[in-house]
Design a protein around this ligand. Structure first.
Ligand code: KG4
Ligand code: ZN
Length: 342
């Protein structure tokens, strides 16, 4: 059974083709990041227009990569939320057109369930229950994934998503967009112990907060620019200092996420943690999770980068069990920008 998955919830236009829920035949992603770069963040209207422009060619590339014709697809899956309303509607309308034209079932999927399902696609013996951690530009969420794609949300961010915090701090430091990969790279040149940024892990719950950390970085940057009034960002000593701030921020953000995820495993007594979302590509986060997992005998699943960032293969993959359960969407299905895992 071949499912086509369409992902347009944010700034990536992704189309994947997956056979029997696991075998990825194609996974093509076109990003409109360069369009948003001058603004330092995703501009929703521009993201929606970019999806309109590239969807057809991304589909052609995916079909070519998989070596299959449109007529050989068995179902059309699409992200229906959460995400940017206009961006979601473009993907949904495209999916409906394909489903109608090909006379195939349409499946509307939850973006966060798709991120977590990426873990099941790479580790065939992985089965619920597991603790799920989604860390992306739009979401920071801990949940327990039960059988039949039922989710129990343990906690979410109260303010910024962790990827958003990376992007905002990168902008403050004069780095490029998206900021996560920039901070990840620059941190190699700095010391994670240089600045003791606050870690809001003290309270017992599972909710996250990154605003205190972000504000502390703002204060640090102001303090640093006062003490270096004539320094230009290109000068070597300044770059070293920026790298110290980047590495120290990254260490604090990773500490917050790791502490909550480990706490969720401990409290639920579940020994498997599945991580999804763009920030799961962060090398320090992966390293820390693997270290802690090994010492606590936890199984930690972090899919490879191309399945962590927004992509169509995870959408096709998560739709397969839905199709088997007969969870087909009507052609009147609408986007739900605030769709919440249940
Ligand atoms: O999952 P994703 O592609 O899109 C959303 O659903 O948001 O995640 C994008 C986010 C951006 O905030 C980006 O800065 C962050 O993931 N990101 C990273 C890294 N790679 C991407 N953050 C930290 N380290 C990375 N290596
Ligand atoms: Zn995402």
């Amino acid at each position: 059974m071949r499912v086509l998955g369409i992902e347009t919830s944010c700034d990536e236009t992704g189309i994947g083709i997956v056979e029997d829920g696991r075998r990825v035949l194609a996974n093509v992603v076109a990003s409109s990041q360069q369009v948003h770069r001058p603004y330092g963040g995703v501009v929703p209207e521009l993201a929606a227009r970019a999806h309109v422009e590239v969807l057809w060619s991304v589909l052609e590339d995916a079909l070519a990569e998989a070596g299959v014709a449109l007529a050989e697809l068995d179902a059309i899956a699409v992200t229906r939320g959460p995400g940017l309303p206009g961006a979601l509607l473009v993907g949904l309308a495209f999916a409906k057109g394909l489903a109608l034209g090909l006379d195939r079932p349409l499946i509307g999927v939850d973006h966060l369930a798709a991120h977590l399902h990426a873990g099941e696609m790479v580790e065939p013996d992985l089965a619920p229950p597991y603790v799920g951690l989604v860390v992306s530009g739009g979401h920071t969420l801990l949940c327990v994934a039960h059988a039949d794609q039922r989710f129990e949300v343990l906690g979410e961010t109260q303010d910024d998503a962790v990827g958003e915090a990376f992007d905002k701090v990168a902008r403050l430091l004069g780095l490029g967009y998206p900021g996560g990969p920039e901070i990840d790279r620059l941190s190699d040149e700095g010391s994670p112990q240089a600045i003791a940024f606050p870690r809001q892990t003290a309270h017992e719950g599972f909710s996250f907060s990154f605003s205190g950390l972000k504000t502390a970085v703002v204060h640090q940057v102001r303090k640093s620019s006062r003490s270096l009034p004539d320094a230009s960002p290109q000068e070597a000593p300044d770059r070293r200092h920026v790298a110290d701030i980047a590495a120290s921020f990254q260490e604090a953000a990773v500490d917050i996420v790791v502490a909550k995820a480990l706490r969720a495993c401990q409290r639920t007594g579940i020994g498997t943690l599945v991580v999804g979302g763009g920030v799961a590509a962060n090398r320090r986060l992966k390293e820390r999770l693997m270290q802690e997992g090994a010492s606590r005998r936890l199984r930690i699943v972090v899919p490879p980068g191309r399945l962590c960032v927004d992509n169509g293969a995870m959408v096709a993959g998560v739709a397969y069990p839905m199709l088997q359960r007969g969870e087909v969407a009507p052609l009147s299905v609408n986007a739900d920008p605030r769709l919440h895992l249940t």
